[in-house]
Design a binder for this molecule. Structure first.
Ligand SMILES: *Cc1c(COP(=O)(O)O)cnc(C)c1O
Length: 357
């Protein structure tokens, strides 16, 4: 059997969820969109269901997958519905629904719903992606209330730059939010992972942790709460070939690496078809036989090469951690000029093995 695999530590997932609640004192919707950022939404929901206040996903397809697996906890659709004909399913499956634009509000007013739904009314406080304009917010709230179609209304917004701890933009967004909700009495929800960890001033009845659940820090620099996160996913494989090369020999496609000295090269069963980033360059860290080493040359579809020159204990069959508890996904992401969010979401082919459920 090919040795590439993603080990998923559900105990660490529960620890990180608890951290989001402890840091904020708020209720928390565990964000499981994009198949739980590559970790497997159903298994993660099952692992969290006993302690979680609810879940959040990007679309009804993702919500229905959880319902079909028997998940009964509240599930919020973070972008609401894309077409009005999703509304009967939202009612039937008891989903909570974001309203982020006026056409969605119109559709709810016009729909014949069997029973009222819980609506999370989203304000654009400055990210300028989705959300109602501040000048429409209060009237939208009043229309929803008057429609009789909302069983409860929660007010929400989303930060654009909460991962930049010295940037004033998040405080500006909080101020826009506070002004828009001044005479509305409803629960609120603003904070994603970086805001949960780094912006205690944001009001929060509900928080929405995503990335932090999976144990990666959203910050580039060390941060006091982020230091307590536990990585959930370990992507690992084994050395399937070893080569001794003299100086001056190329390694891999395009001869992007040429041995500067005699070297010992390990070939690992892991490639971009597993989700390892093809753009990770020579020097990206790996752990082999318990010791840090580095990637050499181009990543190919099914294999990549690493440096064993100074790891004499490593050989055929040695375990290689591509990211996990020793090599942080954020480190790999920085080398590959991406973010841990994308690193996780891209996981494919390598089977997931779960522990700690
Ligand atoms: C994805 C998402 C989150 C979670 O963000 P993280 O940075 O991963 O914590 C929260 N809220 C909304 C609206 C989202 O789309």
């Amino acid at each position: 059997m090919r040795p590439a695999r993603a080990l998923i530590d559900l105990q660490a997932l529960r620890h990180n969820y608890q951290l989001a609640r402890e840091v904020t004192g708020a209720k928390a919707l565990a964000v499981l969109k994009a198949d739980a950022y590559g970790h497997g939404a159903v298994r993660c929901a099952q692992a969290l269901e006993a302690q979680a206040n609810g879940f959040a996903v990007a679309c009804i397809e993702e919500a229905l997958e959880l319902r079909a697996a028997g998940i009964r906890a509240p599930i919020l659709l973070l972008e609401g519905f894309f077409e009005a004909d999703e509304l009967p399913l939202i009612v039937e499956h008891d989903l909570w629904c974001v309203v982020q634009s006026l056409w969605q509000l119109d559709a709810i007013e016009q729909a014949k719903l069997g029973k009222p739904i819980q609506v999370w009314l989203k304000l654009d406080t400055g990210m300028h992606r989705v959300g109602l304009h501040p000048s429409d917010f209060k009237s939208a709230y009043q229309r929803l209330q008057a429609s009789g179609k909302a069983s409860k209304i929660v007010l929400m917004s989303h930060f654009a730059r909460a991962d930049e701890l010295n940037c004033p933009r998040s405080e500006e967004q909080i101020a826009v939010f506070e002004a828009a909700r001044v005479d509305l009495s409803a629960e609120v929800s603003l904070r994603n992972s970086p805001a949960i960890l780094g912006w205690p001033s944001a009001p929060s009845d509900w928080v929405r942790p995503g990335l932090m659940l999976y144990g990666a820090s959203p910050f580039e620099e060390p941060q006091i709460h982020a230091a307590h996160l536990q990585p959930v996913m370990t992507l690992e494989s084994k050395v399937i070939g070893v080569r001794e090369l003299p100086a001056g020999e190329p390694v891999g496609y395009g001869a992007k690496f040429i041995t500067p000295k005699p070297m010992r090269i390990g070939v690992v069963a892991m490639g971009y078809a597993d989700g390892y980033p093809r753009h990770a360059p020579t020097g990206t860290p790996v752990l082999v036989a318990g010791q840090r080493s580095q990637l050499l040359g181009r990543v190919s579809m099914d294999m990549l090469c690493i440096d064993l020159t100074d790891v004499p204990q490593a050989g055929l069959g040695s375990t290689v951690e591509l990211w996990g508890k020793n090599i942080l996904a954020s480190e790999v992401a920085q080398h590959a000029e991406t973010i841990p969010y994308e690193i996780f979401c891209n996981l494919k082919r390598a089977p997931r093995l779960y522990s700690g459920s």
